[in-house]
Write a protein that binds this ligand. Structure first.
Ligand SMILES: Cc1cc2nc3c(=O)[nH]c(=O)nc-3n(C[C@H](O)[C@H](O)[C@H](O)COP(=O)(O)O)c2cc1C
Length: 192
């Protein structure tokens, strides 16, 4: 598969095979598989073990699915509207004692990574999105002020790239690129 990270990277096969798909088959994800990926998210580490991640998941055909889809920018909604599951991802802003949790978004991102890796292990592809209208999401979801909305994730089994129109089709077929370790890891702060 063109999108799988090269073997020469030397990274774990599970890391290699996670990538952000845009073409999804119509197959629905079973409840056991969904709970399995949330289980993986729940095993992420977090500041003070607060576990600030929260997910609202919606199956295609439900009202909540349409609500989540309606908040996406058009360039995301075009392909994400084929995914069988959409997740809205939230961060609880405070610790149990009421003080601000400055690490909440960090920890939610870490949990999403675990969720997507577990998904990859069972053949489910995920695509995280920051491209949505936050005000629309606040109005549509009526979520509590104690939460921040962080991202939306499309989840599903892989579909054919041919099912997409350009530019999405060509993006689906373009190999992924990365900065090298030398470009991101330094021994001196002045190299940052
Ligand atoms: C927080 C976040 C927001 C993102 N927002 C979008 C988005 O709005 N639309 C989109 O097509 N991809 C989005 N992506 C996916 C990235 O473009 C993708 O992860 C990146 O290009 C690397 O590709 P890979 O995940 O296949 O390795 C987002 C990813 C993250 C982590």
């Amino acid at each position: 598969m063109i999108k799988v990270a090269p073997k020469e990277t030397g990274i774990h096969d599970l890391l290699r095979k996670r990538w952000s798909a845009r073409s999804f088959s119509e197959a629905m994800i079973g409840d056991n598989e969904l709970m399995n990926v949330f289980q993986a998210a729940s095993w992420a580490s977090s500041s003070m073990n607060e576990q600030p991640w929260r997910f609202v998941y919606a199956k295609k055909g439900s009202d909540s699915y349409e609500h989540i889809l309606s908040t996406l920018v058009p360039m995301n909604a075009i392909w994400a509207g084929k995914a069988p599951i959409l997740l809205a991802v939230f961060a609880k802003k405070t610790y149990g004692d009421g003080s601000v949790n400055l690490h909440a978004w960090h920890d939610v991102g870490a949990a999403c990574t675990k969720l997507l890796l577990q998904a990859a292990d069972i053949g489910i592809f995920g695509h995280q999105m920051g491209g949505f209208d936050r005000q629309k999401a606040k109005d549509a979801f009526q979520y509590p002020d104690s939460m921040d909305i962080v991202s939306i994730i499309a989840l599903g089994y892989l579909g054919e790239a041919d099912a997409l129109e350009d530019p999405f089709k060509s993006r689906e077929l373009t190999p992924r690129t990365r900065k090298s370790p030398e470009e991101i890891a330094f021994t001196s702060f002045s190299d940052l």
